[in-house]
Design a protein around this ligand. Structure first.
Ligand SMILES: C[S@@+](CC[C@H](N)C(=O)[O-])C[C@H]1O[C@@H](n2cnc3c(N)ncnc32)[C@H](O)[C@@H]1O
Length: 256
């Protein structure tokens, strides 16, 4: 899935919402950033976490934000324009234009599942991280990204179509082995489950519904069908039988 235009916009609205804020807090707690450090955010999107990192590392430190999407980087630069310690980098996670051992820590939120060759990008982390430093990742268990309340057949069609939106549906289930293979140790996981029953404008369910609906249309499902699915979800919400579940997993690991 490409994070530009409408999808990029919805993604950034999601990042700005309470769901995005609480996810960033989890990452920041795990990173435990000290002033003066150099910290890289892989797949920085609109730069919400990058801004927090810039504050935490302070003027002597560096906040690096990497993304493949010029649309996202443009927004990240705008958001972080008042920080002189922010450097945005356009590029891919498997070939990052930074020197060996240049990072005190690296983080990534909902990005590694969109990377085809995850191993290659983990190898790149080992090049950039200083000895004994931490990598913190959040990826989604997409099989648990589910809406409840719409007609079963239509609901399944929309969910099945969404499977094509990323390379790795269940990355957290195999990430530990991949990290170990490249010398990471002390690997721990923390589930960050969501069970949402409302669809108001700041609800993670609403943003998730917009993304999955837009993607279904891009994949050739008619707008009429997608609108009917949304209408059914609204009805279910009104009748108190709507739910949206999501299971992001925070993983952290230390390099030798
Ligand atoms: C779901 S968004 C998450 C953005 C941000 N981390 C957040 O939580 O708001 C995924 C981001 O990863 C970027 N991305 C996808 N593949 C990438 C790759 N191989 N290297 C770097 N960034 C990538 C996308 O352009 C997009 O901005």
């Amino acid at each position: 899935m490409e994070f530009k235009n409408e999808i990029g916009l919805i993604q950034r609205r999601m990042a700005a919402s309470i769901a995005g804020t609480s996810r960033r807090l989890e990452i920041l707690n795990a990173l435990n950033i000290q002033s003066g450090q150099h910290v890289l955010d892989i797949g920085c999107g609109g730069g919400h976490l990058l801004e927090d990192i810039a504050k935490a590392v302070g003027p002597e430190g560096k906040a690096y934000g990497l993304d493949t999407s010029e649309d996202q980087l443009k927004q990240a630069r705008k958001r972080c324009s008042s920080y002189k310690n922010v450097l945005t980098i356009k590029g891919y996670a498997n070939q990052i234009g930074l020197q060996n051992n240049s990072c005190d820590s690296i983080c990534s939120v909902q990005t590694f599942e969109y990377i085809n060759d995850v191993d290659d990008s983990i190898k790149e982390l080992t090049r950039l991280l200083k000895p004994s430093s931490i990598f913190v990742n959040i990826s989604i268990l997409w099989d648990y990204y589910k809406f409840f309340g719409a007609d079963e057949v239509l609901n399944k069609t929309i969910h099945d179509t969404f499977k094509a939106h990323c390379f790795h549906q269940m990355l957290p289930t195999s990430l530990e082995g991949k990290l170990k293979k490249f010398g990471f140790k002390n690997i721990k996981h923390k589930p960050l489950p969501m069970f949402i029953t409302n669809r108001d404008d700041n609800s993670p369910a609403k943003f998730a519904e917009e993304v999955i609906g837009q993607f279904a249309i891009q994949q050739g499902i008619s707008e009429t069908k997608v609108n009917e699915w949304k209408r059914q979800l609204k009805l279910a919400e009104d009748e108190g039988r709507f739910a949206y579940t999501n299971l992001p997993i925070l993983t952290y690991a230390f390099i030798n």
